[in-house]
Design a protein around this ligand. Structure first.
Ligand code: EPZ
Length: 419
């Protein structure tokens, strides 16, 4: 397993270009299954999860052609298998996102139940409840979701919890259904909006994406088209957090400041100088130590859970007492245990991490456990005294394109050790 060797003590300074958003690309790639003609998808990030999704589409018989680096043509008309097998789904739970399109377009889907993962049980009961409300017959047998429907019909769905991929799956299932579907308590994340914009560009009739009430008027078919995936706001937030933690300055280009309002407010509260343009954000923490902040994660437009671990790293070296409460996932503080080994003074009280900042962490061998936790360990390594080895960085490769090149571009001393 590859490792990352990171020398601490560098103050990052520079600018980077943000890649396409993993969490928009995954549902959009799944949504191509709804179209009757080939679709061109651009600005895809070069990530393991994208490769996995392309592998799943190909396994179903879908023709995928690379036009240029990370610009793919997907021809869903060649599909000949409506199964998402366990050996693939277990490597990427977001494979569940093919359930809605397969059911909506072909009336049949056999998708392996995605297991839990490091951060929580990750149930998909709300996905299933919603599709049953649209008329699907769904059995859960031998670890698979076996869904059948001659044609889904519109329904009014009220989600018990705000679920991002649940909203996306139901949105996709409703696009070709007979009649109007309303999703109440829908997720408002920008990635949901990007998916809706993509589907509308193929002829879907979706209104209200980005609000908690989405209305989908079913249509007969979707034509082909071209679409570029939105920039990755969490990738941007992670590099901006590296600027705050190292008391440096980073400008993230090709990202919309409006996608990170809650996060920028916390950078400002930590004492950073924030500057923004239409498609860039700069965080400047030079000449000062960050102030510890209090955060409670929440669905968009609240503070994103995917930025929680990064702010634990900032609080670890900030001045004062920081308090971060995680409300979305039940086990998303594993990075805290690793940072404690680096000298961080953090104690866990249920789903809250209370930290007392130290001037500097101490380098120590650490292990990544999930995508954002591993990114936070890289941030911690950047502000540690000595060289830190981060193990199991395949977690990082799932969500951060060329992380060592981008950090090196900002002045970090970082090297991948092939394992
Ligand atoms: C999406 O996961 C993201 N993944 C996650 O990003 C992100 O952390 C999460 O949304 C929250 O923003 C993708 O978009 C591919 P949820 P998702 O359904 O959709 C409960 C990353 O780091 N729930 O919004 O799986 C669930 O247990 C990843 O890129 C049910 O109870 O998350 C959780 O407590 C990690 N039943 C809460 O809802 C369901 O049927 C929110 O989960 C579905 C969810």
């Amino acid at each position: 397993m590859d490792k990352l060797l990171i020398a601490g003590g560098t103050r990052l300074d520079g600018e980077i270009v943000i890649s396409g958003a993993k969490n928009a690309a995954l549902p959009i790639l799944a949504a191509t299954l709804l179209a009757d003609e080939p679709v061109l998808i651009g600005n895809l990030p070069h990530l393991r999860d994208i490769t996995t999704t392309v592998g799943l589409l190909r396994r179903m018989g879908v023709a995928v052609t690379m036009h240029e680096p990370m610009r793919l043509e997907i021809d869903p008309t060649t599909i000949d298998d409506l199964v998402a097998p366990y050996d693939l789904v277990r490597t990427m739970r977001a494979s569940i996102l093919v359930l809605g399109p397969l059911l909506g377009r072909h009336g049949s889907a056999d998708v392996s139940l995605p297991g839990g993962c490091a951060i929580g049980a990750r149930p998909v009961d709300l996905h299933i409840q919603g599709m049953r409300a649209m008329g699907a017959d769904i059995d859960l047998t031998d670890g698979y979701i076996r869904a059948r429907a001659s044609r889904l019909h519109g329904a009014r769905i009220v989600l018990d919890k705000v679920t991002v991929t649940g909203t996306e799956n139901l949105l996709m299932a409703a696009v070709l259904a007979d009649g109007v579907t309303t999703i109440e308590n829908a997720a408002r994340e920008p990635e949901v909006v990007d998916l809706a914009n993509f589907l509308n560009s193929l002829g879907a009739r979706i209104r209200g994406a980005g609000t908690s009430r989405i209305e989908i008027e079913g249509v007969e078919r979707l034509h082909g088209g071209e679409y570029d995936v939105m920039p990755d706001r969490i990738e941007a937030g992670t590099y901006l957090a590296a600027a705050a933690a190292t008391r440096g300055r980073v400008r993230a280009k090709r990202v919309s400041p409006g996608d990170l309002d809650a996060v920028l407010a916390k950078f400002a509260e930590a004492g950073a100088h924030i500057d923004t343009g239409d498609d860039w954000i700069e965080v400047d923490m030079r000449t000062r130590r960050p102030q510890a902040v209090r955060i409670t994660t929440a669905p968009f437009p609240g503070f994103p859970t995917d930025m929680q671990a990064q702010f634990v790293a900032i609080n670890a070296v900030a001045e004062g007492v920081g308090v971060i409460t995680e409300t979305i996932f039940e086990n998303r503080f594993q990075h805290v245990l690793e940072m404690q080994r680096m000298g961080a003074r953090i104690r866990l009280e249920g789903n809250t991490a209370v930290s007392e900042g130290v001037e500097q962490l101490q380098a120590a061998p650490v292990m990544a456990t999930d995508l954002r936790a591993s990114a936070s360990l890289v941030l911690a390594a950047l502000v540690a005294d000595g060289d830190t080895m981060v193990d199991r960085i395949y977690h990082i490769d799932r969500g951060y394109e060329c992380i060592e090149e981008k950090l090196a571009q900002l002045g970090a001393s970082i090297r991948r050790i092939p394992g």
